[in-house]
Design a protein around this ligand. Structure first.
Ligand SMILES: NC(=O)c1ccc[n+]([C@@H]2O[C@H](COP(=O)([O-])OP(=O)(O)OC[C@H]3O[C@@H](n4cnc5c(N)ncnc54)[C@H](OP(=O)(O)O)[C@@H]3O)[C@@H](O)[C@H]2O)c1
Length: 242
């Protein structure tokens, strides 16, 4: 019988992101129970309420193992967990000669160290049919000047997914690598997001940029396919080949 997300408990870390919101909304529609985690509990509670009254907010800071452990204790108290997803990112862009160690650590906490600690504290409560899903990004596969840190963090996510898949089996572990997706993160990341979107759309084989719904569809495919593990799924409209 096909695997259904109905009644499955899914935890999404990075709860204030548009991709988390799209995914949580779609998961609720499919009957899943969703817990949203974020480092600012008030912001996370507002994001959870905007998605639906049934979404539980939990405080979790990926740069703080005590906070990860406390969140795991809270989640464990309400029962087993089926899937854990982390969409979190901290950007550390700029020429390598100007990169600050503090920004590098924050970027690695969000994408690499934090996810390893998520696996440490949450994997013991994830059911055998469950999975972990992490987020990489196009910057690892199409590096550009000023993107050294993001290439390193996003590239590490791919290695992490395959290594954890081997170690945590039968729990599955996968990663998604989005291309340019129209999230609010772009409002401040570049001077003119519309110019960027047009330029990327003109060269990508899909001839458009991505929407959070494209990423949500890919994420739900990975959560529900029991024969995919240790994989990185590129949701970039073919931009790696442009
Ligand atoms: N949007 C794109 O075009 C694109 C392209 C390639 C890859 N991706 C990847 O897709 C994912 C989602 O992208 P997005 O644009 O929706 O991201 P976003 O809007 O920048 O959201 C990032 C999220 O990470 C959270 N976060 C950062 N550090 C954290 C920490 N230490 N502990 C807990 N949470 C932390 C942020 O929380 P706060 O609200 O507290 O800051 C925020 O909720 C990211 O992994 C990103 O790298 C996106």
């Amino acid at each position: 019988m096909a695997y259904s997300l109905k009644d499955k408990h899914v935890l999404i870390v990075g709860g204030s992101s548009d991709i988390a919101a799209a995914l949580a909304t779609d998961l609720l529609r499919e009957g899943a129970r969703v817990t949203l985690a974020g480092r600012d509990i008030e912001k996370t509670a507002i994001a959870a309420k905007a998605i639906g009254d049934a979404v539980r907010p939990v405080a979790l800071d990926l740069s703080d193992e005590g906070s990860i452990q406390a969140a795991a204790d809270q989640v464990r108290a309400v029962g087993a967990l089926d899937h854990l997803i982390s969409v979190a990112t901290e950007r550390a862009n700029g020429p390598v000669v100007s990169l600050e160690r503090r920004a590098l650590l924050a970027a690695f906490d969000a994408k690499v160290l934090g996810p390893i600690l998520l696996a440490k504290h949450f994997a013991p409560m994830i059911v055998d049919e469950g999975s972990l899903l992490f987020f990489s990004g196009l910057g690892a596969w199409r590096p550009s000047p000023g993107g050294v840190a993001m290439a390193a963090t996003n590239g590490s996510v791919s290695a992490l997914a395959s290594a954890l898949a081997v170690e945590l089996a039968p729990i599955r572990v996968n990663a998604i690598s989005p291309g340019v997706i129209t999230t609010s993160a772009w409002n401040t990341a570049v001077p003119d997001k519309h110019e960027l979107f047009q330029r990327v759309a003109a060269s990508a084989p899909a001839r458009r940029v991505g929407e959070p719904s494209d990423v949500s569809a890919a994420a739900r495919a990975l959560l529900t396919n029991p024969f995919i593990t240790g994989e990185i799924l590129h949701v970039d409209g073919g931009a790696r080949w442009a």
